[in-house]
Write a protein that binds this ligand. Structure first.
Ligand code: EZ4
Ligand code: CO
Length: 407
């Protein structure tokens, strides 16, 4: 199964996506998501210049060996651009292996550990009333787990809430440069519990309730938030504080029993080593497409399982449907699976990818087609030119009085 061709496609059906396509001499084709939101061209250039040429002639069967070669053989290790590029190769090779074996990827990995993957959707509102409407709509759609975000009075733009009137949150902003936003921890900490209180009052405690603090807090503030919302029994509090300094989660842990999730911007096992070994979090949110593919995320999941930590992958629309499918296949196998984020995709996004997953009663299943079960429709993709966009939602500055104080 020698690799004959490795091609990179860039498209923008509402969102920018980068896809790697690998073709073998025998004519098997595999695809992998190479989308790194807000840094799309960096990965496509990295693949085209540094990775694709090395793949030609390699045996597509030897996924682990190719992974190690791309990781160790490049001198530079880790980093989101490299690990997204390696992930794209890895998933394309799993896709090819699945097609060659006539099995869906989850079967190759050891088979299903469950009938489907519990997913959570997004309910967001400009006000608590609008949030309640959205929450209700999502329950009708079948969701059993929802992340809730609402505008915080007094903060111009709150994370997770749309810019315009619509109630749908869109993570990417098209434009020449990212916008900067202001932020007030005081206002957020006093308002957030009211959001959960309103939801639990209205809908009770049967659904899983999640919330994303999106790296805005210091460890002490995060501990205060976790403690003040314990009665609402969150499924998790996400990204309470940035995780470059993994030890800083110790303080949060010492003060609250609210479950903690982190890792949507992690790209390797080293990003979560201390968090896992010291059991400082409950869920790791790394994804197949940003953390080195199925081969590497499987390693993280196994390591986390030793410490009773579960996986809860990131799943915004800035991960392409091909990347989502890869996460679903791995999730079917992961014994210590927790939950999968699923924002859903627009019709235009799905016009470029034929997917085979099914969503029923709040659970996703990747389908039974051999390989990834997703076809990339090149003719459709060619219609949508990439446009510069940014993921600026991590950019809130601290209190407006302290515009230059980044914490
Ligand atoms: O804002 O992926 O939990 N989910 C998230 C995402 C991120 C986007 C950024 O592009 O935090 O929605
Ligand atoms: Co998040």
């Amino acid at each position: 199964m020698k690799i004959e061709k490795a091609e990179v496609f860039v498209t923008c059906p509402d969102r920018n996506y980068v896809i790697l396509k690998i073709t073998t001499e025998s004519g098997l084709v595999g695809i992998g998501d190479a989308t790194l939101n807000g840094r799309e061209i960096a990965v496509s250039a990295y693949l085209e210049n540094h990775i694709c040429p090395q793949l030609i002639g390699k045996d597509a069967k030897n996924i682990e060996d190719i992974w190690q070669l791309l990781y160790r053989g490049a001198y530079w290790r880790r980093g989101p651009v490299t690990m997204t590029a390696i992930a794209a190769v890895d998933v394309a090779l799993w896709d090819i292996k699945g097609k060659a074996a006539n099995m869906p990827i989850f079967d190759l990995l050891g088979g299903s550990s469950r009938d489907g993957l519990l997913v959570y959707g997004h309910a967001t509102g400009k006000s608590i009333d609008q949030l309640i409407d959205e929450y209700h709509k999502h329950k009708e759609m079948g969701y059993r787990a929802l992340r809730v975000q609402a505008s915080i009075p007094g903060i111009e733009r709150s994370y997770g809430v749309s810019k315009d009137k619509s109630s749908t949150y869109e993570p990417a902003t098209k434009g020449a440069i990212p916008e900067e936003e202001n932020w007030s921890t005081e206002k957020y900490l006093s308002y957030a519990p009211k959001i959960f209180d309103a939801i639990r009052n209205k809908f009770g405690f049967d659904d899983h309730l999640l919330h994303d603090a999106h790296h805005r807090l210091t460890p002490l503030e995060a501990a205060q938030l976790g403690k003040s919302v314990e009665d609402f029994k969150l499924f998790w509090l996400e990204d309470p504080t940035p995780a470059e300094n993994q030890e800083s989660f110790r303080m949060i842990r010492q003060h609250t029993t609210t479950p903690i999730a982190v890792g949507e911007i992690f790209n390797s096992i080293w990003d979560c080593k201390t968090l896992i070994e010291e059991q400082l979090v409950d869920y790791i949110r790394a994804t197949v497409c940003h953390a080195g593919g199925i081969t590497h995320l499987r390693r993280i999941a196994d390591f986390a399982s030793l410490y009773q930590i579960k996986m809860g992958a990131h799943g915004p629309s800035d991960i392409s449907p091909a990347g989502m499918a890869a996460g679903l296949h791995l999730g079917m196998w992961i014994p210590n699976f927790g939950i999968q984020e699923f924002m859903g995709y627009s019709e235009k996004m799905l016009s470029v990818f034929n997917v085979n997953w099914t969503f029923e009663d709040g659970y996703l299943h990747p389908g039974f087609k051999p390989g990834l079960g997703v076809d990339f429709i090149e003719d459709e993709a060619a219609k949508y030119l990439i446009s510069r966009s940014f993921t600026n939602s991590s950019l809130n500055r601290r209190d407006s009085l302290e515009l230059v104080s980044w914490v």
